[in-house]
Design a protein around this ligand. Structure first.
Ligand SMILES: [Mg+2]
Length: 402
């Protein structure tokens, strides 16, 4: 079933989300809702997955959680699978509940499904958790990074160079260009080869490192991402020869399921080993940390269980003295959590240069690094405001139950 919503009624609805520029319609509901929030009788009245279609014909999904106090939380873009699971598993148990009691809700949902430990179930729960954090921020008039106790008004971004040419001259030119733009941390990809390419594959993947280092000089951190295309022997052969160029980390040499390979690689190379964009929940992280398998945790707050779960993961990482650099599938949740944590725990945010160019095209304030820094918004919640001038159509969508 698909409900249509006219542009006019939708943008009138934005007022109650605090997304419209008019302040008047926003103040009243917030004051009332804040009082209800204090009393504990604020209730969720609706959960909608909104499909936004731009004038460019691109589409994105946003999750909206409405309360009886007139305040709503908004989060997105969310993955299709997240939307599906929101509707299938998370919507009904949230209706009528206190939106501020997110810990109780998260725990209840985690116990509610025998497959809750991973994958799309937790991706859906992440979307709900993040929208509830946004709602809390709008209710209290504070950005999420402040609610989490943060004091940093900007965070250091690293340039994630997925999609750029690896032809030597182009690669080196891009490294220099990004350095001039202020990116003192850059990640390049070595995911096009692997064991079936033999020693020549290793040689080419080392050459990427050499070229990048030569162009970057010694004052830029260089990271490399193999996107699980390697095996242990290939990774060891690469690491032996790449160590001389001092990479800051080698990311996802293997699939996350291959814990033993991570342990062995970490034991046998001086290059820090990173993984975690496919961690689901604190328990996955704990397995890797107690085995000393990695020194950089890359849990993604849109996949691992949301802002609430990523904060717990940061605490866990701090106990083990390792860093958390969230995966850059998206920015809102990641940058607010990073800003709330000590620099020693969360030094960086991933900024996927090519993806982020259009990812937030429906928003008024897409975050973009300046001189390598991402500024945190002062707007309530995550500070997401949809941009009417770029939107052609918006409608709640649902998936047929089977
Ligand atoms: Mg990666």
């Amino acid at each position: 079933m698909v409900d249509r919503m006219g542009r006019r009624s939708f943008f009138a609805g934005l007022c109650t989300l605090g997304m419209a520029s008019q302040v008047g319609p926003w103040i009243g509901p917030v004051a009332t809702a804040a009082e209800s929030g204090r009393r504990g009788d604020l209730k969720v009245t609706d959960v909608q997955v909104l499909q936004v279609t731009g004038k460019s014909k691109r589409r994105a999904l946003y999750l909206k959680i409405q309360t009886d106090g007139g305040v709503a939380g908004l989060y997105g873009p969310i993955d299709n699978e997240a939307g599906l699971f929101v509707e299938r598993s998370f919507k009904r148990p949230l209706l009528g509940q206190d939106p501020l009691a997110h810990e109780a809700y998260w725990d209840r949902m985690f116990r509610a499904d025998r497959h809750s430990r991973g994958s799309h179930y937790l991706i859906g729960l992440s979307a709900v958790d993040n929208a509830l954090w946004d709602l809390r921020g709008r209710l209290l008039g504070l950005p999420v990074w402040r609610l989490l106790g943060g004091s940093r008004k900007s965070v250091q971004a690293y340039a994630s160079c997925l999609g750029f040419s690896q032809e030597p001259a182009a690669l080196q030119a891009k490294v220099r260009e990004l350095k001039e733009q202020g990116y003192r941390h850059q990640k390049w990809f070595v995911r096009d080869r692997g064991p079936r390419f033999g020693p020549q594959g290793v040689q080419k993947d080392v050459e990427v490192v050499r070229l990048a280092r030569e162009a970057a000089g010694d004052d830029v951190d260089l990271m490399f991402d193999a996107y699980w295309q390697w095996d242990l022997q290939y990774a060891l052969a690469w690491a032996r020869r790449a160590e001389q160029y001092h990479p800051r980390w080698i990311e996802e040499p293997f699939q996350t399921a291959n814990l033993e390979a991570f342990i062995e690689l970490s034991r046998r190379t001086s290059i820090p080993v990173a993984t975690g964009e496919h961690f689901y929940g604190r328990w996955d992280v704990h397995e890797f940390l107690k085995a000393r398998a990695i020194t950089v945790v890359q849990a993604d707050p849109e996949w691992c269980g949301g802002v609430s779960e990523l904060v717990k993961i940061c605490t866990l990482a701090s106990v083990h003295g390792v860093q958390v650099v969230p995966h850059g599938h998206s920015l809102h949740a990641a940058m607010h959590v990073v800003a709330s944590q000590p620099l020693e725990v969360c030094p960086l945010v991933e900024y996927l240069i090519q993806k982020m160019g259009t990812y937030y095209e429906f928003e008024k304030h897409p975050s973009k690094p300046v001189n390598g820094l991402l500024e945190l918004p002062d707007r309530p919640g995550f500070g997401i405001e949809l941009d009417e001038s770029k939107i052609q159509d918006i409608r709640p969508i649902s998936w047929q139950q089977t």
